[in-house]
Ligand binder design. Structure first.
Ligand code: ATP
Length: 303
Protein backbone atom coordinates (compact mmCIF):
# COMPACT_ATOMS: atom_id res chain seq x y z
CA UNK A 1 0.00 0.00 0.00
CA UNK A 2 1.14 3.53 -0.78
CA UNK A 3 0.10 6.54 1.30
CA UNK A 4 0.85 10.13 0.45
CA UNK A 5 -0.07 12.54 3.22
CA UNK A 6 0.11 16.27 2.63
CA UNK A 7 2.98 15.76 0.23
CA UNK A 8 4.52 18.95 -1.17
CA UNK A 9 7.59 19.76 -3.20
CA UNK A 10 8.93 23.20 -4.05
CA UNK A 11 11.80 23.93 -6.37
CA UNK A 12 12.77 27.41 -5.23
CA UNK A 13 9.71 29.58 -5.78
CA UNK A 14 8.05 26.97 -7.94
CA UNK A 15 5.55 24.54 -6.39
CA UNK A 16 5.73 21.23 -8.27
CA UNK A 17 3.47 19.33 -5.84
CA UNK A 18 1.17 20.87 -3.22
CA UNK A 19 -0.47 19.12 -0.26
CA UNK A 20 -1.11 15.85 -2.04
CA UNK A 21 -2.97 13.17 -0.07
CA UNK A 22 -4.01 9.83 -1.57
CA UNK A 23 -3.84 6.08 -0.99
CA UNK A 24 -2.99 3.29 -3.40
CA UNK A 25 -4.62 0.04 -2.31
CA UNK A 26 -3.40 -3.47 -3.05
CA UNK A 27 -5.31 -5.69 -5.47
CA UNK A 28 -6.03 -3.06 -8.13
CA UNK A 29 -4.19 -1.01 -10.70
CA UNK A 30 -4.33 2.66 -9.69
CA UNK A 31 -3.70 5.13 -12.48
CA UNK A 32 -1.88 8.36 -11.73
CA UNK A 33 -3.19 10.89 -14.21
CA UNK A 34 -2.31 14.43 -14.99
CA UNK A 35 -1.34 16.63 -17.88
CA UNK A 36 2.34 17.18 -18.70
CA UNK A 37 4.07 18.98 -15.86
CA UNK A 38 1.31 18.17 -13.34
CA UNK A 39 3.80 16.72 -10.87
CA UNK A 40 3.50 12.96 -11.44
CA UNK A 41 7.21 12.21 -11.75
CA UNK A 42 8.04 14.45 -8.80
CA UNK A 43 5.48 12.59 -6.66
CA UNK A 44 6.83 9.20 -7.76
CA UNK A 45 10.36 10.33 -6.95
CA UNK A 46 9.28 11.41 -3.46
CA UNK A 47 7.52 8.07 -2.89
CA UNK A 48 10.77 6.33 -3.83
CA UNK A 49 12.96 8.48 -1.60
CA UNK A 50 14.74 10.04 -4.61
CA UNK A 51 13.45 13.53 -3.83
CA UNK A 52 12.98 14.90 -0.35
CA UNK A 53 9.47 16.33 0.24
CA UNK A 54 9.28 20.00 1.26
CA UNK A 55 6.38 18.91 3.51
CA UNK A 56 4.27 15.84 4.21
CA UNK A 57 5.02 12.14 4.21
CA UNK A 58 5.23 9.37 1.63
CA UNK A 59 4.78 5.88 3.04
CA UNK A 60 5.19 2.45 1.47
CA UNK A 61 3.60 -0.26 3.57
CA UNK A 62 3.55 2.14 6.51
CA UNK A 63 7.18 3.32 6.41
CA UNK A 64 9.08 5.81 4.33
CA UNK A 65 11.14 4.35 1.49
CA UNK A 66 14.45 5.27 3.09
CA UNK A 67 13.52 3.29 6.22
CA UNK A 68 12.63 0.10 4.35
CA UNK A 69 14.83 -2.84 5.43
CA UNK A 70 14.92 -4.51 2.01
CA UNK A 71 13.57 -1.91 -0.46
CA UNK A 72 13.66 -4.15 -3.55
CA UNK A 73 11.55 -6.75 -1.77
CA UNK A 74 8.95 -4.19 -0.72
CA UNK A 75 8.62 -1.96 -3.75
CA UNK A 76 9.57 -2.32 -7.40
CA UNK A 77 9.94 0.77 -9.54
CA UNK A 78 10.17 1.58 -13.21
CA UNK A 79 11.04 5.18 -13.83
CA UNK A 80 10.91 6.88 -17.24
CA UNK A 81 11.80 4.71 -20.24
CA UNK A 82 15.42 5.11 -21.19
CA UNK A 83 18.00 3.07 -22.96
CA UNK A 84 20.14 0.81 -20.80
CA UNK A 85 23.77 1.58 -21.58
CA UNK A 86 25.29 -1.66 -20.54
CA UNK A 87 27.57 -4.16 -22.18
CA UNK A 88 26.16 -6.80 -19.85
CA UNK A 89 23.63 -9.37 -20.91
CA UNK A 90 20.08 -8.95 -19.58
CA UNK A 91 20.67 -11.91 -17.29
CA UNK A 92 23.95 -10.61 -15.91
CA UNK A 93 22.44 -7.17 -15.43
CA UNK A 94 19.69 -8.70 -13.28
CA UNK A 95 22.12 -11.09 -11.55
CA UNK A 96 24.28 -8.17 -10.42
CA UNK A 97 21.22 -6.43 -9.02
CA UNK A 98 20.04 -9.63 -7.31
CA UNK A 99 23.42 -10.36 -5.75
CA UNK A 100 23.81 -6.90 -4.23
CA UNK A 101 20.33 -7.17 -2.74
CA UNK A 102 20.59 -10.70 -1.36
CA UNK A 103 18.08 -12.10 -3.84
CA UNK A 104 18.67 -15.71 -4.98
CA UNK A 105 19.88 -16.22 -8.59
CA UNK A 106 16.92 -18.47 -9.46
CA UNK A 107 14.64 -15.44 -9.10
CA UNK A 108 16.49 -13.88 -12.06
CA UNK A 109 15.35 -16.71 -14.34
CA UNK A 110 11.82 -16.46 -12.94
CA UNK A 111 11.51 -12.75 -13.74
CA UNK A 112 13.09 -13.21 -17.17
CA UNK A 113 10.37 -15.74 -17.84
CA UNK A 114 7.59 -13.47 -16.50
CA UNK A 115 8.61 -10.66 -18.86
CA UNK A 116 9.27 -12.95 -21.82
CA UNK A 117 13.01 -12.27 -22.15
CA UNK A 118 14.29 -15.81 -21.54
CA UNK A 119 15.30 -16.28 -25.20
CA UNK A 120 17.39 -13.11 -25.29
CA UNK A 121 18.63 -13.29 -21.69
CA UNK A 122 22.24 -13.75 -22.79
CA UNK A 123 22.17 -10.92 -25.33
CA UNK A 124 23.70 -7.55 -24.59
CA UNK A 125 21.01 -5.41 -22.90
CA UNK A 126 22.53 -2.24 -24.38
CA UNK A 127 21.34 -3.38 -27.82
CA UNK A 128 17.72 -3.93 -26.74
CA UNK A 129 14.81 -2.15 -28.42
CA UNK A 130 12.72 0.24 -26.31
CA UNK A 131 10.11 -2.48 -25.80
CA UNK A 132 12.69 -5.05 -24.70
CA UNK A 133 14.28 -2.43 -22.46
CA UNK A 134 10.91 -1.83 -20.80
CA UNK A 135 10.53 -5.57 -20.24
CA UNK A 136 13.96 -5.64 -18.64
CA UNK A 137 13.04 -2.64 -16.48
CA UNK A 138 9.93 -4.47 -15.31
CA UNK A 139 11.96 -7.64 -14.65
CA UNK A 140 14.19 -5.47 -12.50
CA UNK A 141 11.18 -4.07 -10.62
CA UNK A 142 9.88 -7.60 -9.99
CA UNK A 143 13.20 -9.05 -8.80
CA UNK A 144 12.42 -8.82 -5.09
CA UNK A 145 8.84 -10.05 -5.61
CA UNK A 146 7.57 -6.78 -4.11
CA UNK A 147 4.05 -6.14 -2.92
CA UNK A 148 4.04 -2.64 -4.32
CA UNK A 149 4.90 -1.48 -7.83
CA UNK A 150 5.42 2.05 -9.12
CA UNK A 151 5.72 2.66 -12.84
CA UNK A 152 6.22 6.09 -14.39
CA UNK A 153 4.76 6.29 -17.92
CA UNK A 154 5.56 2.63 -18.73
CA UNK A 155 3.83 2.63 -22.13
CA UNK A 156 5.56 5.73 -23.53
CA UNK A 157 7.06 4.96 -26.92
CA UNK A 158 5.84 1.37 -27.04
CA UNK A 159 4.10 -0.23 -30.01
CA UNK A 160 0.53 -1.59 -29.63
CA UNK A 161 1.79 -5.09 -28.83
CA UNK A 162 4.08 -3.76 -26.10
CA UNK A 163 1.27 -1.63 -24.67
CA UNK A 164 -1.10 -4.60 -24.58
CA UNK A 165 1.57 -6.70 -22.91
CA UNK A 166 2.20 -4.15 -20.13
CA UNK A 167 -1.53 -3.62 -19.62
CA UNK A 168 -2.15 -7.35 -19.23
CA UNK A 169 0.85 -7.88 -16.96
CA UNK A 170 -0.03 -5.02 -14.61
CA UNK A 171 -3.60 -6.19 -14.24
CA UNK A 172 -2.33 -9.68 -13.50
CA UNK A 173 0.17 -8.40 -10.90
CA UNK A 174 -2.64 -6.45 -9.21
CA UNK A 175 -4.90 -9.51 -9.28
CA UNK A 176 -2.17 -11.34 -7.35
CA UNK A 177 -2.76 -8.81 -4.55
CA UNK A 178 -0.10 -6.20 -5.28
CA UNK A 179 -0.58 -2.44 -5.14
CA UNK A 180 0.18 -1.19 -8.65
CA UNK A 181 0.58 2.56 -9.19
CA UNK A 182 1.10 3.61 -12.78
CA UNK A 183 1.37 7.11 -14.19
CA UNK A 184 0.31 8.26 -17.63
CA UNK A 185 -0.98 11.32 -19.38
CA UNK A 186 -2.88 9.04 -21.79
CA UNK A 187 -6.45 8.83 -20.60
CA UNK A 188 -7.55 6.23 -23.10
CA UNK A 189 -4.76 3.96 -21.92
CA UNK A 190 -5.68 4.43 -18.26
CA UNK A 191 -9.30 3.58 -19.01
CA UNK A 192 -8.14 0.15 -20.17
CA UNK A 193 -5.44 -0.41 -17.58
CA UNK A 194 -6.61 1.06 -14.28
CA UNK A 195 -9.59 0.59 -12.00
CA UNK A 196 -8.82 3.40 -9.57
CA UNK A 197 -7.51 6.83 -10.40
CA UNK A 198 -5.59 9.59 -8.70
CA UNK A 199 -5.92 12.70 -10.88
CA UNK A 200 -3.68 15.72 -10.36
CA UNK A 201 -3.41 19.10 -12.03
CA UNK A 202 -0.81 21.78 -11.30
CA UNK A 203 0.56 19.66 -8.48
CA UNK A 204 -2.75 19.40 -6.63
CA UNK A 205 -5.21 16.55 -6.21
CA UNK A 206 -8.23 16.96 -8.45
CA UNK A 207 -9.89 13.61 -7.87
CA UNK A 208 -9.34 10.27 -6.19
CA UNK A 209 -11.93 8.10 -7.83
CA UNK A 210 -12.58 5.17 -10.14
CA UNK A 211 -12.51 5.15 -13.93
CA UNK A 212 -16.25 4.55 -13.94
CA UNK A 213 -17.05 7.36 -11.51
CA UNK A 214 -14.79 9.80 -13.33
CA UNK A 215 -16.54 9.19 -16.61
CA UNK A 216 -20.07 9.35 -15.26
CA UNK A 217 -19.40 12.36 -12.99
CA UNK A 218 -17.78 14.43 -15.70
CA UNK A 219 -19.80 13.02 -18.56
CA UNK A 220 -22.29 15.17 -20.32
CA UNK A 221 -24.57 12.28 -21.14
CA UNK A 222 -27.09 12.64 -23.89
CA UNK A 223 -28.98 10.47 -26.36
CA UNK A 224 -28.92 10.87 -30.12
CA UNK A 225 -32.30 10.11 -31.70
CA UNK A 226 -33.13 9.91 -35.42
CA UNK A 227 -36.68 9.74 -36.70
CA UNK A 228 -38.75 10.92 -39.68
CA UNK A 229 -41.24 12.42 -37.22
CA UNK A 230 -39.21 14.83 -35.09
CA UNK A 231 -42.10 17.27 -34.38
CA UNK A 232 -44.36 14.65 -32.74
CA UNK A 233 -41.55 13.18 -30.67
CA UNK A 234 -40.31 16.65 -29.70
CA UNK A 235 -43.78 17.62 -28.47
CA UNK A 236 -43.87 14.52 -26.29
CA UNK A 237 -40.39 14.81 -24.76
CA UNK A 238 -40.95 17.80 -22.53
CA UNK A 239 -40.56 18.21 -18.80
CA UNK A 240 -38.30 19.58 -16.10
CA UNK A 241 -34.59 18.89 -16.66
CA UNK A 242 -35.09 17.80 -20.28
CA UNK A 243 -33.20 19.65 -23.01
CA UNK A 244 -33.73 19.04 -26.71
CA UNK A 245 -31.43 20.26 -29.46
CA UNK A 246 -31.20 19.43 -33.12
CA UNK A 247 -28.62 19.81 -35.86
CA UNK A 248 -30.63 18.15 -38.66
CA UNK A 249 -34.34 17.82 -39.58
CA UNK A 250 -34.41 14.11 -38.70
CA UNK A 251 -32.33 14.39 -35.53
CA UNK A 252 -32.87 15.17 -31.86
CA UNK A 253 -30.25 15.30 -29.13
CA UNK A 254 -31.90 14.65 -25.79
CA UNK A 255 -30.47 15.44 -22.37
CA UNK A 256 -32.24 14.45 -19.17
CA UNK A 257 -33.87 11.22 -20.40
CA UNK A 258 -32.49 7.72 -20.88
CA UNK A 259 -32.68 5.93 -24.23
CA UNK A 260 -35.19 3.60 -22.59
CA UNK A 261 -37.49 6.54 -21.71
CA UNK A 262 -37.23 7.86 -25.26
CA UNK A 263 -37.82 4.43 -26.83
CA UNK A 264 -40.92 3.91 -24.66
CA UNK A 265 -42.31 7.35 -25.57
CA UNK A 266 -41.75 6.70 -29.28
CA UNK A 267 -43.45 3.29 -29.03
CA UNK A 268 -46.51 4.84 -27.36
CA UNK A 269 -46.73 7.44 -30.12
CA UNK A 270 -46.13 4.90 -32.87
CA UNK A 271 -43.16 6.97 -34.05
CA UNK A 272 -40.48 4.96 -35.84
CA UNK A 273 -36.93 5.56 -34.60
CA UNK A 274 -34.11 4.97 -37.06
CA UNK A 275 -31.44 5.58 -34.42
CA UNK A 276 -31.34 5.70 -30.62
CA UNK A 277 -27.78 6.01 -29.35
CA UNK A 278 -26.66 6.93 -25.81
CA UNK A 279 -23.59 9.18 -26.08
CA UNK A 280 -21.09 8.92 -23.24
CA UNK A 281 -18.09 11.11 -22.78
CA UNK A 282 -14.84 9.21 -23.18
CA UNK A 283 -12.37 9.22 -20.33
CA UNK A 284 -10.30 11.60 -22.47
CA UNK A 285 -13.16 14.11 -22.54
CA UNK A 286 -13.87 13.62 -18.85
CA UNK A 287 -10.23 14.23 -18.05
CA UNK A 288 -10.00 17.36 -20.22
CA UNK A 289 -13.05 18.72 -18.48
CA UNK A 290 -11.61 18.01 -15.04
CA UNK A 291 -8.14 19.37 -15.62
CA UNK A 292 -9.10 22.32 -17.83
CA UNK A 293 -9.81 24.41 -14.78
CA UNK A 294 -8.36 22.50 -11.88
CA UNK A 295 -8.77 25.41 -9.43
CA UNK A 296 -12.51 24.84 -9.52
CA UNK A 297 -12.06 21.38 -8.06
CA UNK A 298 -10.72 20.40 -4.72
CA UNK A 299 -9.37 17.37 -2.90
CA UNK A 300 -12.82 16.00 -2.19
CA UNK A 301 -12.89 14.75 -5.75
CA UNK A 302 -15.77 14.37 -8.13
CA UNK A 303 -17.50 11.34 -6.67
N1 ATP B 1 14.46 19.35 -10.60
C1 ATP B 1 13.55 20.28 -10.87
N2 ATP B 1 13.83 21.59 -10.75
C2 ATP B 1 12.90 22.53 -11.03
N3 ATP B 1 11.65 22.28 -11.42
C3 ATP B 1 11.30 21.00 -11.57
C4 ATP B 1 12.21 19.93 -11.32
N4 ATP B 1 11.58 18.75 -11.54
C5 ATP B 1 10.32 19.08 -11.94
N5 ATP B 1 10.15 20.42 -11.96
C6 ATP B 1 8.92 21.15 -12.33
O1 ATP B 1 7.88 20.64 -11.54
C7 ATP B 1 6.67 20.49 -12.30
C8 ATP B 1 6.20 19.05 -12.26
O2 ATP B 1 7.06 18.25 -13.06
P1 ATP B 1 6.92 16.66 -13.19
O3 ATP B 1 8.01 16.18 -14.06
O4 ATP B 1 6.80 16.06 -11.85
O5 ATP B 1 5.52 16.55 -13.95
P2 ATP B 1 4.88 15.30 -14.69
O6 ATP B 1 3.44 15.28 -14.31
O7 ATP B 1 5.66 14.07 -14.43
O8 ATP B 1 5.00 15.73 -16.20
P3 ATP B 1 5.24 14.85 -17.52
O9 ATP B 1 3.95 14.18 -17.83
O10 ATP B 1 5.58 15.92 -18.51
O11 ATP B 1 6.38 13.93 -17.24
C9 ATP B 1 7.00 21.00 -13.68
O12 ATP B 1 6.59 22.32 -13.80
C10 ATP B 1 8.50 20.88 -13.76
O13 ATP B 1 9.02 21.86 -14.63
Amino acid sequence: MIEARGLSKHYGERAAVTDLTFTVQPGVVTGFLGPNGAGKSTTMRMLLGLDRPSAGTALINGVSYTDLQAPLCEVGALLEARAIHTGRSARNHLLAMATTNGIPARRVDEVLDIVGLTDVARKRAGGFSLGMGQRLGIANALLGDPHTLLLDEPVNGLDPEGILWIRTLLRQLAAEGRAVFVSSHLMSEMALMATHLVVIGQGRLIAETTVEELVSAAADEHVLVRTEDVPRLRARLTGPGITLTSDAPDELVVQGLTSRDIGAAAAELGVILTELTPQKASLEEAFMKLTADSVEYDARGVA
